[in-house]
Design a protein around this ligand. Structure first.
Ligand code: NDP
Length: 458
């Protein structure tokens, strides 16, 4: 191995790349890493972390209103977008510094600049030739924009974090994670916000009950939800942006944000030249040990199009370090990955949707509950919480848990342990609730849900 500059060279210092490089170094590997933008990657710099900070910011208007029901009179309030952006930037700078330190303390050599693959063991790193026994591609993803006339006037989740002002009138295109989260943020902060989604119902691929419940709730919060509608062109005018819609009508906004999916960030990386295969969506094809079609080149995280979530990239990075440098072949486990949409209200899920469980297990027992959280008995807020348990009838294992409501992600994180352990409905029932909480509903749902027509027939 000494013939190479490094045992492992990692391209991309996002969640996956940083975890893989520092763990590999801790197992004794000589590791180098290159980052062309900022250390921390999408999640820390322009994804999960700043987004969540903005979600917090956008909740306050509603909290001020809810406070009235508890006897508070809240004085006149105002919101400063530049103040939020500055505070957020300061925190992101701090986190980037921490990433730097973590890598430095682990003995990983950091290279600032773009790395490209020259051959299976050689890289060009900002004009310098570097050799490595093993190469890891951890370059993440980037936003996909459809080919719509005027798309250059649109922004993505990259630019929203640096807008100089909060748009007064905002349009969001897409019906997935990013579109729904930012529509909630913009709406909560006071922008007149419309979400345009081309399909029938938002969050395709999620459980239908979750989709339908969330759609109702976001509308209650003032979001203008236009399903079955797409934007066909964007025109810049003296007063804003004119969007032409699929029904032929037009609407004027100050900003249009596209959350229309992400794709693997591999352009110009040199993967084709060395024979690294990619899938139909451009993602790097890997086996269960994250090995690409070139034996000494590996890939982890969003660039592989497996499950595009930070904790998954961390797990893949950890598994790879163990496999390569700790003598413990470890494949990442992508089953029952809990996930959340930080919409307003938020959604969180672990396990299967009803449709997936039906296809997999056949007979199911379903438990559903829709209720007004205790807080809202006084706040006057008409938000409804939704919870659902999906149980395989034969084994009585809980195979899907879904929630739409306040703190859904915090609650589902705990429930995910039980689901991962294969807990049964009886074990959920034997667990006592913490009273009074919304979460206790997950251990107190006793009546199986029956479809309305079955009830009528009884
Ligand atoms: P998603 O795949 O979640 O959603 C993309 C949306 O864009 C879909 O509603 C899709 O519609 C729509 N769309 C695609 N192409 C077009 C088009 N040409 N015109 C109009 N609409 C279109 O992607 P996101 O960008 O929201 O997020 C990417 C990934 O990042 C997620 O899958 C997730 O893994 C991760 N992420 C996770 C977050 C979290 O954990 N909270 C937050 C943000 C991102 P259709 O359904 O019809 O295909």
């Amino acid at each position: 191995m000494a013939e190479y500059d490094y045992d492992l060279f990692v391209i991309g210092a996002g969640s996956g790349g940083v975890r893989a490089s520092r763990m590999s170094a801790s197992f004794g590997a000589r590791v180098g890493i290159a980052e062309e933008y900022r250390f921390g990657g999408t999640c820390v710099i322009r994804g999960c972390v700043p987004k969540k900070l903005m979600v917090y910011a956008s909740h306050f208007a509603e909290e001020f209103e809810d406070a009235g029901g508890f006897g508070w009179t809240v004085g006149e309030s105002s919101f400063s977008w530049p103040a939020l952006i500055a505070a957020k930037d300061k925190e992101i700078d701090r986190l980037e510094g921490i990433y730097h330190n973590i890598l430095g303390n682990a003995g990983v050599e950091m290279h600032k600049g773009r790395a490209t693959i020259v051959d299976a063991h050689t890289l060009d790193v900002a004009g310098k030739t570097v050799t490595a026994d093993t190469i890891l591609v951890a370059t993440g993803g980037k936003p996909t924009l459809p080919d719509v006339p005027g798309i250059e006037h649109a922004i993505t989740s990259n630019e929203i974090f640096h807008l100089p002002d909060l748009p007064k009138r905002a349009a969001v295109v897409g019906g997935g994670y990013i579109a729904i989260e930012f529509a909630g943020i913009l709406n909560g902060l006071g922008a007149e916000t419309t979400l345009f989604y081309r399909g029938e119902q938002i969050l395709r691929g999620f459980d239908d009950d979750v989709r339908n419940h969330l759609a109702k709730e976001v509308v209650k919060k003032g979001l203008n939800l236009r399903t079955g509608t797409n934007v066909t062109s964007i025109e810049k005018t003296a007063t804003g942006l004119t969007l032409t819609l699929t029904d032929g009508t037009t609407t004027e906004v100050d900003a249009v944000l596209y959350g229309t999916g992400r794709h693997a960030n591999v352009d110009g990386l040199g993967l084709e030249a060395v024979g690294v295969e990619r899938n139909a969506w451009g993602g790097v094809v890997v086996d269960e040990f994250s090995q690409t079609t070139v034996p000494n080149i590996y890939a982890i995280g969003d660039v592989t199009n497996r499950v595009e979530l930070t904790p998954v990239a961390l797990m893949e990075g950890m598994a790879l370090a163990r496999t390569l440098y700790a003598g413990e072949p470890t494949s990442p486990d992508h089953k029952d990955v809990p996930h959340a949409v930080f919409s307003q209200p938020s959604c969180a899920i672990v396990g299967m949707t009803e449709a997936e469980a039906l296809a997999h297990y056949g007979e199911l027992d379903l438990y559903k509950s829709t209720f007004r959280a205790l807080k809202h008995t006084l706040s006057g807020n008409d938000e409804q919480t939704f919870m659902k348990l999906i149980v395989d009838q034969a084994s009585q294992k809980v195979v899907g848990v879904h929630m739409v409501g306040a703190d859904a992600a915090e609650i589902i994180q705990g429930v995910a342990i039980a689901v991962k352990m294969g807990a049964t409905k009886q074990q959920f029932d034997a667990t006592l609730g913490i009273h009074p909480t919304s979460a206790e509903e997950f251990v107190t749902m006793r009546d199986k849900w029956t479809p309305p027509q079955a009830e009528a027939a009884e």
